[in-house]
Design a protein around this ligand. Structure first.
Ligand SMILES: NC(=O)c1ccc[n+]([C@@H]2O[C@H](COP(=O)([O-])OP(=O)(O)OC[C@H]3O[C@@H](n4cnc5c(N)ncnc54)[C@H](OP(=O)(O)O)[C@@H]3O)[C@@H](O)[C@H]2O)c1
Length: 268
């Protein structure tokens, strides 16, 4: 978004406000708002095009704001909305006994999707940078493979392949699928949107702020926080995250020789 790579969805007007997910206290509610009142502790995502959650105050539509559980700090609550709702909706069709592969299972959406899929009674396998660590196994992901895994070794095992960094080549994802399974990619590009509209297993997906889904996310999902910074340091923090991931002057690297470089790291 900062680089303007998502102008199709975020709008073409720059500079733009940053920050989508928020938690805090409702200062005021608009006429006709019945579910919430001033003084409520809440969480949610700001409007996608408007953003602005890096400000002291932000507005959001009522349907995208839910009560913050009392056991969550604002920092914990603000980590949940976008990744939580996206993962929840990506896992919506999963049935007990099904099998799911989460590419990037230690990212925000990946962790959340693995938890929702397990809660729906599915088995979850996934990829992460260092499969030797037990972090993914600790929340039930098995087997855990590295980013450059051989899809043939896991052929036709999964009902859902969720590609969270949007970097899995289509042929690799299809190899993993059982007949009738679905590939969900959450990093849409124009080419992926076209593929998604065609018949076949591939779907490009955007999470939508649905009140009931947000409430379920707030009630059940808990994510670890790597670091907190004051709002004034939000932009330098984004820059630092980007620099950790992106080689200077280059693109995200892909372990898949046939894949075009894409974006692997997102910040909501
Ligand atoms: N469509 C939607 O509605 C929606 C909603 C939320 C997010 N997104 C997008 O979805 C993406 C993921 O979001 P996120 O919040 O989960 O980001 P994230 O927390 O940065 O997670 C991305 C994960 O992908 C991993 N990864 C990096 N390179 C990889 C590779 N080659 N193969 C497999 N995994 C790889 C990363 O591992 P390392 O940390 O080890 O690098 C990280 O665990 C971002 O691009 C974001 O913009 C879309």
């Amino acid at each position: 978004m900062r680089n303007g790579e998502m102008k199709l969805m975020t709008g073409r007007s720059f500079p733009r406000a940053m920050g989508h997910d928020f938690a805090g206290v409702a200062e005021a509610v608009g006429a006709g708002v019945t579910r919430l009142k001033a003084g409520d502790a809440v969480l949610g995502p700001a409007r996608f095009r408007q953003a602005g959650a890096f400000g002291e105050m932000v507005t959001a539509p009522e349907k995208a704001v839910v009560l913050k559980p009392v056991d969550l700090s604002c920092e914990q609550a603000a980590a949940l909305p976008t990744v939580g709702v996206t993962a929840y909706q990506a896992a919506a069709e999963i049935r007990p006994g099904q099998a799911v592969f989460v590419n990037g299972c230690l990212g925000g959406v990946g962790r959340a999707a693995a938890q929702f899929a397990r809660a729906r009674g599915a088995s979850v396998a996934g990829s992460c940078r260092n499969p030797a660590t037990d972090e993914a196994r600790e929340f039930g992901v098995e087997p855990v493979v590295g980013f450059g895994f051989d899809p043939a070794a896991l052929a036709e095992r999964f009902d859902l392949v969720l590609d969270t960094p949007g970097m899995l080549p289509f042929a690799a994802a299809r190899t993993l699928l059982k007949p009738g399974g679905t590939i969900v990619d959450i990093v849409p590009t124009p080419a992926k949107m076209i593929r998604s509209a065609l018949p076949g297993p591939f779907r490009a997906m955007m999470g939508r702020p649905v009140t009931g889904d947000l409430e379920e996310v707030a009630r059940t999902l808990r994510l670890p926080i790597a670091r907190t910074v004051p709002l004034a340091e939000a932009i330098p923090a984004l820059t630092a995250l980007e620099c950790e991931q992106r080689p200077k002057g280059g693109n995200w690297s892909s372990p898949w020789p046939e894949a075009k470089p894409g974006r692997a790291k997102g910040v909501s």
